[in-house]
Design a protein around this ligand. Structure first.
Ligand SMILES: Cc1ncc(COP(=O)(O)O)c(C=O)c1O
Length: 347
C-alpha cells in the first residue's frame, strides 16, 4: 500500500463537490461469535449500516457526492429513479434531499418482482417523507429520458431540479474510493491486516473500492457479490462489466490516469434474486449471534457466500475477512412473508 498515493487520492477526492450528511467514519467491529461459527475465519464488519441517513446504508455515504453537485447548482428538487424492487437506493437519497430541504420525485420502473407500488419497507418510509412517486412500465434504457423530461417540466414551473441516478454512478464510486481510504486508515490505526474485503455490489460501491484499491496497490482482495441486480443502462448485464464501466468512469472523473485492471475484479453472481431457506438461516444465525440485521437480497446473499466459502475451504481458518454491511434494513419488512416462509425454526 502506497501512502503517498493515498494522500494524492485524498486530494483528488477533496476537489469533488460534496455535502456532508452522513456519520463518518463508520466503525469496524470484530465479530467473535461468528469467527467461531466460521471455524476460525476472523470476521470483521464495516458498519456502513450506520451512516445515519434514514435507516443507514451505503447509499447514504454515496449521497454526499451524488447530491454535492446539486447543492452547488442551488437545486431545490431531487429527481431520481430506479427499479421498483424493494431496495434502498431511493430511500436514503430521498432522506438526504429532505435533509437539504428539497422536494423529492422518485420515478420507479416496474420490475419482474413488482408491478405496482406497495407501501411497505422503503416505499412506506419514502411516502412518509412526502415523496412524489411515479411508476413507469418501461425498459431501463428509457428511464434517464423520463427523468430529464420531468426536470424540463419542473424548470418551466420555476424550480431548480437536480437529476441523479442511473447515469452518474461514478459519483457513488468516488464516495467508495474515499471509503477505501477510510478503511486503510482504520486498519493501520488498529494494526490490522485483512486478506479479503467482501461486499454486496454490482455497481458503484465495488467500483469505487476497486479503483482506489488498484491505485493504492493494497494487499487485500475484494469480492463483490451480486444477487442478480443490474441497473446500468449503458452496459450489458454482466456484473464484472458493470463494475469495470463505473470504475473507469470514476477513475476518469478523479483524473487518476489509470484503467481498472479487470484481473483485480472478483465477483460472485447469483442466478436469481431468491429468498431461500439457506439465506434465511444465515440471516438468523448472524442476527441471533451478533444482533446484526442483514437483508435477504444484498447483505444476506453476501454472508451466504461467505458461509459457503468457509464450508468449501475457499476461506481458511486465520483468514481475516472484512464484511461490508451496506444496510438494506427497511427491505426486511417488504420481504417478511418470503422470509417467514423460507426460514425454518432451527437457528
Ligand atoms: C443494501 C444494499 N447493499 C448493496 C447494494 C448494491 O450496491 P451497488 O449499487 O454498488 O451495486 C444495494 C443496492 O441497492 C443495497 O440496497
Amino acid at each position: 500500500m502506497d501512502w503517498n498515493k493515498a494522500q494524492e487520492l485524498q486530494q483528488m477526492i477533496g476537489r469533488c463537490p460534496r455535502v456532508r450528511l452522513a456519520y463518518l467514519p463508520t466503525p469496524i467491529e470484530k465479530s467473535d461469535r461468528l469467527t467461531k461459527q466460521l471455524g476460525g475465519i476472523e470476521l470483521y464488519f464495516k458498519r456502513e449500516d450506520r451512516t445515519g441517513i434514514a435507516l443507514g446504508g451505503s447509499k447514504g455515504r454515496q449521497c454526499e457526492f451524488r447530491l454535492g453537485p446539486g447543492v452547488k447548482q442551488n437545486a431545490d428538487t431531487l429527481i431520481t429513479g430506479g427499479s421498483l424492487c424493494p431496495n434502498n437506493l431511493s430511500l436514503q437519497t430521498a432522506a438526504a434531499a429532505r435533509m437539504l430541504g428539497w422536494e423529492v420525485y422518485l420515478l420507479f420502473r416496474t420490475s419482474i418482482d413488482q408491478k405496482e407500488i406497495i407501501y411497505q419497507g422503503n416505499r412506506l418510509l419514502e411516502w412518509l417523507m412526502g415523496s412524489h412517486m411515479e411508476l413507469h412500465d418501461v425498459e431501463l434504457s428509457a428511464q434517464p429520458t423520463i427523468m430529464e423530461n420531468l426536470a424540463e417540466q419542473l424548470r418551466a414551473e420555476g424550480r431548480t431540479p437536480y437529476v441523479t441516478g442511473l447515469t452518474d454512478y461514478y459519483l457513488g464510486g468516488i464516495a467508495y474510493a474515499n471509503c477505501l481510504l477510510e478503511i486503510c486508515k482504520q486498519l493501520k490505526e488498529a494494526s490490522l491486516e485483512i486478506d479479503y474485503l467482501v461486499l454486496p455490489s454490482a455497481g458503484p460501491t465495488a467500483a469505487g473500492l476497486y479503483v482506489a484499491a488498484s491505485y493504492l496497490d493494497v494487499d487485500f482482495q475484494i469480492l463483490a457479490v451480486n444477487s442478480g441486480y443490474y441497473e446500468v443502462p449503458e452496459v450489458p448485464h454482466v456484473t464484472i462489466d458493470q463494475i469495470t464501466y463505473i470504475a473507469n468512469q470514476t477513475a476518469e472523473h478523479l483524473q487518476l490516469g489509470v484503467q481498472l485492471d479487470r484481473s483485480r475484479i472478483d465477483t460472485y453472481t447469483f442466478e436469481k434474486k431468491e429468498v431461500t431457506e439457506e439465506r434465511v438461516n444465515v440471516m438468523r444465525k448472524v442476527a441471533s449471534l451478533e444482533g446484526i440485521l442483514l437483508d435477504p437480497i444484498y447483505t444476506g446473499a453476501t454472508m451466504e457466500v461467505l458461509f459457503k466459502y468457509a464450508k468449501e475451504g475457499k476461506l481458511k481458518p486465520g483468514d481475516k475477512v472484512l464484511f461490508m454491511h451496506t444496510g438494506g434494513t427497511a427491505s426486511l419488512f417488504s420481504y417478511s412473508e418470503k422470509i417467514l416462509t423460507a426460514g425454518n425454526n432451527e437457528c
